[in-house]
Design a protein around this ligand. Structure first.
Ligand SMILES: Cc1cc2nc3c(=O)[nH]c(=O)nc-3n(C[C@H](O)[C@H](O)[C@H](O)COP(=O)(O)OP(=O)(O)OC[C@H]3O[C@@H](n4cnc5c(N)ncnc54)[C@H](O)[C@@H]3O)c2cc1C
Length: 331
């Protein structure tokens, strides 16, 4: 979703996901090798142009997603796919979050289709993005949106898949379903989704953009828990994300009346509960944004001390002086 301003080095360092991961997987799936400058200045190559490699420990997987803490990539070998020639984009508005959430497993699990994208946006971010864009689609009564896409090289198959997804939305109670008329219309629909984080940022500058990753089947439970936590902590927690992957950007917002100290206290306790609940459902605290500084203190919610200690030892063996992104992932 940040394709207009991100770079391949950052994509690989974060093992970025995004709106097409349900069908195509995340960045790491396409990285065959990297040339990496280690913290002591030595340059090594890990992997390369080969498709298969089980020569010892999988250092490539360790480097992909290492958040710039182990080395700097100066060359990246990528596996490329032929670009799909056909795509169909469908936007659906729903009168309730439950109705939208009901449609997701019916599309992803039951329909026999492998959609390219299943993006979910709930009421507040949807309305704020549409207002910001001056959107003329009938979003005013919508409580949730699904943005769906099918792609491939056979126009008939792609359009048939789009029809099936539309039908599922309607039978799940969608109040409005629209298939993009052409490429420009598809881009317009994607713009709504891509503007969501910016619209939320404009609405509430102090917020905590989260990146919970769940087993997809746990999404309804987690959304219900978020509603409970929102009333417990008296905050708004809008959500959006890559629904088919179970990757939800729940984003608690600071209330205007809260002081910075109150917000810090509330958000700390709230995030701990959000993370604990994700862990209870078999989820984790980041699906694509990473740990950085922000989530480091929360690692014990989702992994054992032994695992965190292994992280430290990996960091020490690559970067004993901790000169590369110090303090990220581990102290
Ligand atoms: C509006 C918005 C939407 C987003 N949507 C998504 C999304 O859908 N999916 C997703 O996964 N992420 C998303 N992100 C997060 C972010 O954009 C991605 O993680 C992106 O891949 C980061 O790339 P970048 O070029 O911006 O990296 P930067 O932010 O510049 O860097 C990210 C990290 O990578 C390290 N790094 C950068 N280059 C190298 C290199 N050559 N070698 C080693 N380390 C390096 C940096 O030190 C840093 O720690 C979004 C962010 C925003 C603001």
């Amino acid at each position: 979703m940040s394709d207009e301003f991100c770079y391949i080095g950052g994509n690989v360092a974060e093992n970025a996901g995004g709106g097409r991961a349900v069908k195509y997987g995340v960045t790491g799936r396409y990285v065959l090798g990297v040339e990496v400058v280690l913290p002591d200045g030595e340059r090594i190559q890990v992997g390369g142009k080969r498709y298969k490699d089980v020569t010892g420990y999988d250092l490539l997987s360790l480097l992909v997603g290492s958040e710039g803490t182990l080395g700097i990539f100066t060359r990246i070998y990528l596996r490329l796919l032929p670009r799909p020639t056909e795509r169909a984009t469908v936007l659906s508005f729903f009168p309730s979050v439950d109705a939208a959430v009901d449609a997701i497993p019916r599309i992803v699990r039951d329909s026999g289709i492998v959609p390219t994208s299943v993006e979910f946006v709930d009421q507040l971010p949807l309305h704020k993005a549409c207002e910001m864009l001056g959107e003329t689609l009938p979003y005013q009564n919508a409580h949730a949106m699904l943005l769906l896409e099918a792609d491939g090289r056979d126009a008939v198959v792609v359009q048939r898949e789009a029809e099936s997804m539309e039908e599922i939305c309607r039978t799940s109670g969608a109040s409005y379903v629209h298939r993009a008329n052409d490429e420009a219309d598809a881009e317009r629909l994607w713009t709504i989704r891509k503007q969501v984080p910016w619209a939320l940022r404009k609405y509430a500058q102090q917020q905590s953009l989260e990146d919970i990753a769940l087993p997809p089947a746990a999404l309804p439970d987690y959304i219900a828990e978020l509603q409970m936590l929102a009333s417990k902590y008296d905050v708004t927690i809008p959500s959006f994300g890559h629904a088919a992957d179970g990757n939800l950007h729940a984003t608690p917002l600071k209330r205007a009346a809260q002081t910075a100290e109150e917000w810090q206290e509330t958000s700390g306790a709230l995030l701990a509960e959000m993370y604990e609940h994700a862990a209870r459902l078999g989820g984790t605290i980041s699906g694509e944004h990473g740990i950085g500084h922000k989530r480091r203190e929360y690692l014990p919610h989702v992994m054992s001390n032994r695992q965190i200690d292994l992280f430290r030892r990996i960091k020490d063996s690559f970067d004993p002086e901790h000169i590369m992104n110090p303090g990220k992932i581990v102290e």
